[in-house]
Design a protein around this ligand. Structure first.
Ligand code: SF4
Length: 210
């Protein structure tokens, strides 16, 4: 899958071959500076046998506090879109490319900050192992950071969304926007953009139903 950031076995390589073992090891990861100010590692969640894996960018403020991926406003929007697309979140594995919350303080508020390339590269060891263990037949990259993490290069969303891409033997990839994008679009565009997002997600329904 993606390129490993450093030679030799990574922390994740030495963590065992199950999701619980990986989660436990990731909780103590210090392989980039992001752990220092975040509350905790936010590891992926979902069935180990899931056919679909959703990959976001990084946990947000609420995810950092809860220790769970996609539980904040973007997560609630994702849940609604999955339901509207006919997909049960319980049947998909949901994770992020970067496992610690990166933010800047504005007064008391912690505002999302995009992870640097070096942080993304460092954290890929965990996503690579999640992909290896879950072995999904379809990966959904939500947003530019996720698509870069999964494909190993910058992949424009506009030019690549709306279709399944062959990613690896037996593995398809869907690239689409991150649900947080839908929270930021102007009110007059919200309905149309949400409809496009749901239409993208509908492409994975055959895999969701087996
Ligand atoms: S962001 Fe990823 S690589 Fe960095 S400390 Fe957290 S788990 Fe480790």
């Amino acid at each position: 899958m993606s390129t490993k950031p450093k030679p030799g076995p990574t922390t994740a390589d030495q963590a065992g071959n199950t999701l619980p073992a990986l989660r436990k090891a990731a909780a103590h990861c210090r392989d980039c500076p992001l752990w220092e100010h975040a509350t905790q590692t936010v590891f992926g969640e979902g069935p180990a046998a899931a056919r679909i894996m959703l990959v976001g960018e990084q946990p947000g403020d609420q995810e950092d506090t809860a220790g769970k991926p996609f539980v904040g406003p973007a997560g609630r929007l994702l849940d609604r879109a999955l339901t509207d697309a006919g997909i049960s979140r319980e049947h998909v594995y949901v994770t992020n490319a970067v496992k610690h919350f990166k933010f800047e303080l504005r007064g008391k508020r912690r505002l999302h900050k995009t992870p640097a390339q070096a942080e993304l590269a460092a954290c890929l060891e965990w996503l690579d192992r999640e992909i290896e263990i879950v072995a999904p037949e379809l990966i959904v990259a939500l947003g530019a950071t996720a698509s870069r993490a999964v494909t190993g290069r910058a992949t424009p969303i506009g030019a690549n969304r709306g279709r399944l891409i062959e990613h690896a033997p037996g593995v398809s990839l869907l690239i689409t926007v991150h649900p947080s994008f839908l929270l930021r679009v102007p009110p007059e565009d919200k309905e149309q953009e949400y409809g496009k997002f749901v239409a993208d997600l509908k492409l994975v329904v055959p895999s969701a139903k087996g």
